[in-house]
Each structure stands twice: as C-alpha cells, then as structure tokens.
Design a protein around this ligand. Structure first.
Ligand code: SAH
Ligand code: SF4
Length: 380
C-alpha cells in the first residue's frame, strides 16, 4: 500500500522486518522495534506513553510517525452457544465481520481478508455479495488485536485466542501481498506468537499462491474442496475452471512434502443436499485423497437468504463420513456454531459495495489469481 508522505503509519500493518527497517531509517536500533511489537501484541498496549522501557524522546518521535489504530466497532452480537461476532467498519458504508468461537480446549478467531469476495462460490453468502476491495495488513491484524482486547485476559499467558483461521470474508490468497505480512505478525514471537499449526489459511484453491505460501511461511492450510470431480467443482467453486483438481491436489501434495509428520491439509467439504453428498461422491473423494496427509472436515451447509441449496440431512452426512473413515481418511464433521447470529461458516455478509461487474461463473476465468512473476513483485 502506498502511504502519502506525512500520513502516520498504522503499526498493525508492519511485520517485524518492515518495522525494523523503519526504525533503521529513524536511526534507532532494531531491538527497539521488537520492544514496540512486544508492547502492542504481548501486552495489548495502544499508546506510546505506556511503553515505559523506551526513552521519552523516542516515544514522542514514534507518536509523530506512527499510530496504533484499532478498528471501529459497528455492532457486536453473542450467540446462545457463546460464539461472538463483531461487525467492523471497513471504510465508508462498508463492513467486515470477525467471529470468535470458544471451545473447551481452544478459542478460535475467524478473520476476514477482503471486503466481499470475487470467487463467486455458489453456496457462499460472502460470494453472493461480490467483491469490493482487499483489506490491508493493518486491517487484518487489527481484527486480532481488537478481539484479544475485547475478550480480555492476558495477551501473554492463558490466551483466550489460541487459534486464528482465515475463514471469514474473502479469499486470503487473492490478497497475498497483505496477508503474508499479517501471517508473519501472527506467528512472530514478538507478535502474537501463535504456533504454526494454530494459524490456518483457508483457500478455494489459488494454486500459484499455494506454491508461494509454501516457500514464504510455515503455516497450516485448509483447502475448500467441496466436490470430488472437476465437473461438479467447476459449478460450485468456479476458480476450479482455472486451477482444476489435478493441479490443486498436486500443489497440496507439494505443500506438505518436507514438513514435519504432523503437517496435513484439512480439506473442507460443504454438505449440500442432493448435490455433492451421495455415497459415490464420498468414494471419489477417498480416491482423490488416497495417500495424502489429509483430514476431511465436513461442513453442514449453513443457509442464507436467497440460497438455492439445503443442508444435507444428518444421516446422509454420517453415511458420507463413514465411507471416508472406512477408507482410512480422518474425517470430522464441523459443529454448527453461531448460526443464530449469522456467524456460521459461509454466512458472513458484512456490508459490501461490490465493484464486480461480472460474476466469475459467467466469464472465462482468465484474469483471476495469477501472481506477478517473482522479479516484478515489490517487497512483501
Ligand atoms: N475464501 C476462503 C475462506 C473463507 S470461507 C475459502 O473459501 O476457503 C470458509 C469456509 O466456509 C470455506 O470452506 C467455505 O467454502 C465454507 N463455506 C462457504 N459458504 C458456506 C455455507 N453457506 N455453509 C457452510 N460452509 C460454507
Ligand atoms: Fe470466497 Fe471462500 Fe466464499 Fe468462495 S467460499 S466465495 S472463496 S469466501
């Protein structure tokens, strides 16, 4: 993102390398940058005056160059099951959603990476809103900081948020340049310090960016599969027409190769009544994933206004899961959480002024998702 000269820089937007570089320009030692990050992410501080291990002069100068700018809350809701949803302002007339899901052994924060989404998956409420813009790194990280602060507790010990998943609004790998520094802040010991298995990027399958992610950072990956063959996946997840299953599965294979033995990819599969939930689909899926370090997560479809789909009945989901388990594929069925406040998977709508002229489903998928050649890319 280009920032006009003189505009204060939101510190949520800088990973450690970028912050150290700024400090070097100011003639400050790199460890000072680490101290500032510790204050923000480990101590939950949002004012320079509170950063008492920095000299007074430095604090004053920091206040001239930087801001720590939390998001503006529009509304907040809590579900009967304890799930919390925040609607946060994303510029004039627009909003994104962030969801916290408490469980016995973990607390998962589901964050957004874009205002809307251009991928146009036919069963997704965000997709139905169209696409407006990418979130900045600062807007992505600010969601995590804001939720940590709001949920209370100590940022360093007994964390309330133990896991972060990019499963809110947007396709994170279509906003790679802003998502990558955000991942670094989440994983950095001076940032949120989350473990690499507890930060998950979920993608509809942007193959070139799966390859780049593998090279750039070590983090968990979830792939939204939803269909075991190209004909059906073309219809449900239109980006499949650009990156068909053979290419996607190959990228997934490479992603886990060379990682430790615990690394596996979670394949998400939404259960749509009469569409992708037949026993034959389960058998095809088992063949597709045979031999891969894979776990399948079945997601009962969450309805939203104007959808043409229905959720598969529980018995059909169980039968589907049993076939996969019978083929030795680890399979879980996601519990529906927060649907009374429209906070369940695929229900996040936010407020999007779509700039998308055409729907991905209706056009030849050419221009979407190809990264610039490496030499042409700026510093992430
Ligand atoms: N764009 C990314 C991440 C956000 S969606 C992706 O698609 O992976 C998070 C998950 O919710 C994805 O697996 C998505 O396919 C699924 N999902 C979307 N709409 C849904 C719905 N209506 N019911 C259940 N799951 C849905
Ligand atoms: Fe976008 Fe994911 Fe929804 Fe598809 S499922 S439209 S990629 S947010």
């Amino acid at each position: 993102m280009t920032v006009p000269p003189g505009t204060p820089i939101n510190l949520f937007g800088l990973d450690r390398a970028a912050l150290r570089a700024r400090f070097a320009e100011m003639g400050e030692a790199p460890y000072r940058a680490d101290q500032v990050m510790n204050w923000i992410y480990r101590r939950g501080v949002d004012g320079f005056a509170q950063m008492t291990n920095l000299g007074k002069d430095l604090r004053t100068r920091l206040g001239e160059v930087f801001v720590i700018h939390p998001p503006e809350l529009i509304t907040e809701q809590t579900s009967a099951d304890g799930t919390r949803k925040w609607v946060l302002k994303a510029g004039e007339g627009q909003a994104i959603e962030t969801v916290f899901i408490p469980e016995d052994d973990r607390g998962t924060l589901c964050i957004s990476s874009q205002v809307g989404c251009a991928m146009d998956c036919s069963f997704c409420s965000t997709g139905a809103q169209g696409f407006s813009r990418n979130l900045t790194t600062a807007e992505i990280i600010a969601q995590v900081w804001f939720a940590s602060k709001t949920l209370g507790g100590d940022f360093q010990h007994d964390r309330v948020i133990s896991n972060v998943v990019f499963m809110g609004m947007g396709e994170p790998l279509a906003n790679y340049g802003e998502v990558l520094p955000a991942l670094r802040v989440l994983l950095d010991d001076h940032g949120f310090g989350l473990s690499k298995r507890r930060v998950t990027v979920s993608t509809s399958g942007l193959v070139p960016f799966i390859d780049r992610l593998r090279e750039d950072v070590d983090t968990a990956l979830a792939v939204s599969l939803h269909a075991p063959n190209d004909a059906l996946r073309d219809e449900l997840v239109p980006i499949n027409r650009k990156y068909p299953l053979a290419e996607l599965i190959n990228a997934c294979r490479l992603y886990t190769e060379g990682k430790d033995r615990k690394a596996h990819i979670v394949y998400e599969y939404v259960m749509l009544d009469g569409v992708n939930d037949a026993p034959e689909h389960a058998r095809q899926l088992a063949r597709l994933l045979a031999g891969l370090p894979a776990k399948v997560n079945l997601i009962p479809f969450n309805p939203f206004p104007q959808t043409q789909y229905r959720r598969s009945p529980a018995g059909r989901i169980r039968a589907f899961a049993d076939i996969l388990k019978g083929k030795d594929i680890l399979t879980t069925t996601r519990k529906t959480r927060g649907d009374d406040i429209d906070a369940a998977c695929g229900q996040l709508a936010g407020k999007v002024r779509s700039r998308q002229k055409q729907r991905l489903r209706d056009i030849p998928v050419k221009a979407v998702g190809a990264p610039a050649p490496r030499h042409a890319r700026g510093q992430a």
